[in-house]
Design a binder for this molecule. Structure first.
Ligand code: PEP
Ligand code: MG
Length: 756
């Protein structure tokens, strides 16, 4: 059985067409068990039912036609219970429901196993046999194991829109479908979806309607000519170094590019209304599938060559298309995994929302979108990206909902809510020059988090009192090598100048984890527990010293620099970093420069630093809690892994207790403590954060006015009472609910949901 299982999974993984993969599964299951029929029913979220997606033993004409309502029949029961049902005589079961014309009346025994991915039902696999006997235990466990692996593939196919391609992708449109994900940046976004996908991944290309058929045809012709040139060049270059057999591959490529049937197939697809990239993908997939199904191993391996050729043509298509991508006035980017660079491609005034299937609210793309004030929903399940391309979309960033082609009533309602939001934001502008002071006179400083120079203007316009976290890694990421001391000095000086005399807390380089540098690759099994942050820079004093020198030089004449260290987990790291810092300072003094020693601080992001916080506070001038990482490490939840995103919650009582403990330890040493993680931007948390005694909160500029509004609406005594109440609770969901209620009661409900 194990061998059969491996064989099935291997075959399925090698097949790119999911419909084909499911057919292989049902065939092989039937061959390897006592079943006379095996079928797969897939959940169709748009229609709210199951559809027969593959069968071996039932009437094959019913594939993608036979449908079963949720809760109907034995398939519905398996889905509802979420567990296998094994019957010797299905017809006697009260839920038995025959699918007409399926030919299943001859079967007696039935075993149905749910296909579940991340707690979500993807479908049901069934086996049936004529013999009225239960399927034995080993068969049942074989199918459970198979389904566990298969469900991930089906989930992926749903997302890529490849599952339904047997139905014409262009003729099916989605109507009023709602998808859910993780609320990752508040606000309402209404606009047109633009699907983004990794360049040159041919499987990820969405089916998109051609705007201009003859234009698409021209693009294809040009791409084919460019590919022919590229391959001829390669052939010539390698002519002397490769044996004839290998050179034959280039000949085969050129032959295919010259083949009228190949080109005509792509053009036919374009003429039916598909854009060139989608047409290419579909034809390449057909070729790959037919090669893969060949029994001759030499021929079946040619599938990889066809795919490679497809990638090359795609590259040339995309090179032309890139210049012509049209972003509508109100663009909502949707993608399997939206990255910060995809975000950067859209003109800022056109981007009104982002939907990403992968990632969570703490992925960097979410942090950037929040800083820009763009609503974002991450970790959305089941949304077929390619089918939603160009659709009308509404995003509710408060509740993590995405409405595709919503009805007029829903659209009107959200338009009303969006205009109320705008109104609220303009009213909050009046708070710009007022202090973040509670009704009973307690003042907290509000700083901003920055990374790009474009953050600066926004920060000053909302009345930020300084920078509480400057992520210096951004210019390191945007280059193809480490920036020089002088390049860094210029960047830091611009920032210090813009904010002077307000203070700027610059964090030393914090790369690794989910922030790789393209020119400094780090391959690790556990990057978040590996070489990141201070660990890298202490191992590379050359990088560290250059950065310190650049900071100190940039500060000349302004004297508003403060420096802080990320990812500290031991006292030795603090001392070593300070030693290097003093070394850089002394070097500059020896060189005759007039530099001053700035304040020196540490970020508390790791549980060991929580317990050492008093010792750390003795050695530094200030402390700042990085709640994004602190939550990840206290709860042992990868901050960007969507599978465990439900468990990631900075309002978890363990995180709250840890933060309170750090604040009181730092205050015992008479030092200041701030919070610079994303929790600072969450209005629900504001009352308890001020009650803990944080001297400052540092957050994205977009959220600053709203947080100031919360502070100015509460009294410290009410905030302290709330803190006591939540610290007595043990469930983060209960804590959030309690705090939301407090905001509603204070008349601040407009901060936690759309509308006033
Ligand atoms: C944090 O971890 O809370 C933090 C502010 O740092 P970053 O999000 O850049 O890791
Ligand atoms: Mg961090």
């Amino acid at each position: 059985m194990l061998k059969a299982l491996r064989r099935i999974v291997q075959k399925v993984n090698a097949t790119k067409d999911t419909g084909e993969a499911l057919s292989i599964v049902v065939r092989l299951v039937k061959e390897n068990t006592s079943a006379d029929a095996c079928s797969i029913f897939i959940v169709d979220p748009e229609r709210g039912d199951y559809v027969l997606a593959a069968t071996e033993g039932l009437n094959p004409e019913l594939i993608f036609k036979a449908r079963i309502k949720y809760g109907e029949g034995l398939v519905g029961l398996v889905g509802e219970r979420g567990e296998p049902i094994n019957l010797d005589c299905a017809i006697e079961h009260p839920n038995f429901h025959i699918i007409s014309d399926s030919g299943e009346e001859k079967f007696s025994a039935f075993l149905g196993v749910p296909l579940t991915h991340s707690r979500e039902l993807m479908g049901v696999l069934t086996v049936q046999q004529e013999n009225p006997a239960y399927f034995d235990e080993s068969e049942e466990s074989f199918l459970i194991t198979l389904c566990a692996q298969l469900s991930g593939i089906i989930a992926h196919a749903q997302v890529m829109g490849t599952l339904w391609k047997s139905e014409s992708a262009l003729s099916t449109t989605i109507h009023e479908v709602t998808y859910s994900g993780l609320p990752s940046s508040p606000g309402v976004g209404i606009g047109t979806a633009v699907a983004v996908f990794p360049l040159t991944d041919i499987d990820a290309v969405p089916d998109r309607v051609a705007e201009n058929i003859s234009e698409e045809e021209k693009l294809l012709d040009h791409a084919i000519v460019e590919t022919i040139k590229e391959i001829s060049r390669l052939k010539e270059m390698m002519g002397n170094s490769l044996p004839d057999e290998e050179l034959g591959l280039f000949e085969a490529y050129l032959h295919m590019l010259d083949s009228q049937s190949f080109i005509t197939k792509i053009k036919n697809s374009i003429h039916s209304g598909m854009w060139a990239q989608g047409a290419l993908k579909n034809v390449i997939t057909q070729y790959v599938t037919s090669f893969e199904s060949m029994d001759d191993s030499y021929l079946s391996e040619r599938a990889a060559d066809v795919r490679d050729l497809g990638q090359r043509i795609l590259f040339h298509l995309q090179a032309q298309e890139k210049k012509t991508v049209h972003y509508p006035e109100q663009t909502i980017l949707i993608g399997e995994e939206v990255t910060p660079s995809m975000l950067a491609e859209v003109p800022e005034d056109r981007l009104v929302g982002v939907v990403s299937l992968k990632g969570s609210s703490n992925s960097h793309v979410a942090i950037i979108a929040r800083a820009m004030g763009i609503p974002i929903v991450m970790g959305v399940t089941g949304m077929p990206i390619s089918k939603c391309d160009q659709c009308q979309i509404i995003i509710d960033g408060y509740f993590g909902q995405v409405f595709v082609n919503p009805s007029a009533t829903v659209t009107e309602e959200f338009e009303r809510l969006a205009s109320e939001e705008k109104q609220l934001d303009s009213e909050l502008e009046e708070l710009r020059d007022l202090p973040a002071e509670t009704l009973d006179g307690y003042v907290t400083s509000l700083f901003v988090n920055t990374g790009l120079m474009s953050d600066v203007g926004r920060s000053l316009s909302v009345g930020a009192e300084g920078v509480g976290l400057h992520r210096t890694e951004v210019p390191f990421m945007a280059r193809d090598r480490f920036p020089t001391e002088e390049e860094q000095r210029v960047i830091y000086r611009q920032l210090l100048k813009a904010f002077a005399p307000r203070s700027v807390m610059m964090r030393t380089l914090d790369v690794g984890g989910d922030k790789p540098l393209p020119y400094f690759p780090i391959e690790e099994k556990n990057p978040f527990l590996g070489w990141r942050g201070i660990r890298i820079t202490l191992d590379h004093p050359d990088i560290f010293l250059v950065q310190f020198r650049a900071m100190l030089r940039a500060n000349q004449g302004f004297e508003n620099l403060q420096v802080m260290l990320p990812m500290i987990s031991t006292i030795a790291e603090v001392e070593e970093a300070r030693r290097l810092f003093v070394q850089a300072y002394e070097e500059l003094c020896d060189e005759g420069l007039q530099v001053t020693m700035p304040l020196f601080g540490v970020m508390i992001e790791v549980p060991s630093a929580v317990y050492l916080s008093r010792e750390i506070a003795k050695r530094v001038d200030f402390v700042s809690i990085g709640s994004n990482d602190l939550t990840q490490y206290i709860l042992a939840v990868d901050r960007s892994n969507v599978r465990v995103a439900r468990l990631y919650d900075p309002l978890h009582p363990a995180v709250l207790h840890a933060m309170k403990y750090v604040v009181s330890n730092v205050h015992l040493e008479g030092k200041r403590v701030s919070l610079c993680g994303e929790l600072s931007s969450d209005p629900v948390a504001t009352p308890i954060l001020i009650a803990m005694g944080f001297d400052a909160l540092s957050l994205s500029a977009t959220h600053l006015p709203r947080i100031k509004w919360v502070i100015r609406t509460f009294t410290m005594s009410k905030a302290r009472k709330l803190l006591d109440e939540v610290l007595a609770m043990d469930d983060p969901v209960e804590i959030r609910g309690h705090l939301e209620l407090a905001l509603e009661e204070a008349g601040l409900g407009g901060l936690i949901r759309a509308g006033r």
